[in-house]
Write a protein that binds this ligand. Sequence first.
Ligand code: PGA
Length: 247
Amino acid sequence: MRERLVIGNWKMNPPTIAEAVELARDVAGRDAGGVAVGVAPPAIALAAVADALRDANVDVYAQDVHWEERGAFTGQISVSMVRGLAVGTIVGHSEVRRDLGDTDERVAKKLARAVAAGLRPVLCVGESEAEHAAGNASIVVARQIVADLKAAQRRGLERLVVAYEPIWAIGTGNPATGTWATTLVRTIRAALKQSGLDGEAIPILYGGSVSARSVGEFADAEGIDGALVGGASLDADEFAAVVRAFA
Ligand code: PGA
């Protein structure tokens, strides 16, 4: 059986490090019902949150890492800075692709760097609204998977997690349907096989307006092993409800 996993992607929230610590403690105080739980705080709060969760059953993830190990990269953080604070890192989130100009080539380099450093990668893929409307979602997502995994050593990818996050569903309050997500998850597993991986063994999360209200649809859908949760992960009660839906 594949691992069930729910990760809260806090993005550029909460407003202070103290509040991030408070939220982390609140999340850690809940019963996850056997579901693996992770939180991805902003880079500046990683150390404080990692400290607060040291004895807790909640994993810490970075939201992004740079593809180089060190050097003249103002504003960036390296895998060696993250290692020791986090078990893994998100790579390829659509907001990073959009705001920082990440291409599949860069995402592939970041993912390879994370894997080489022993960090568990949570690879985000998903089609835009226009690609969705044009009926190209499967082609786009399969292409992303193959391109984003190109540079990584196969040997380090056993712990890969993939998040299917249709861009049109992120932060819109308009999630995909479970049926749609299941179809794309099948595409992703086929693309993982094409990349030489055991697609059936890799957990795939759905992300995009997952809330306590919408989660049932995805928890019941075939092939979906958890969720990557943005907005709803900032409320510990709501996040706990999302986690428990996958138990
Ligand atoms: P959302 O974000 O749950 O706020 O839609 C999900 C994500 O971007 O990971």
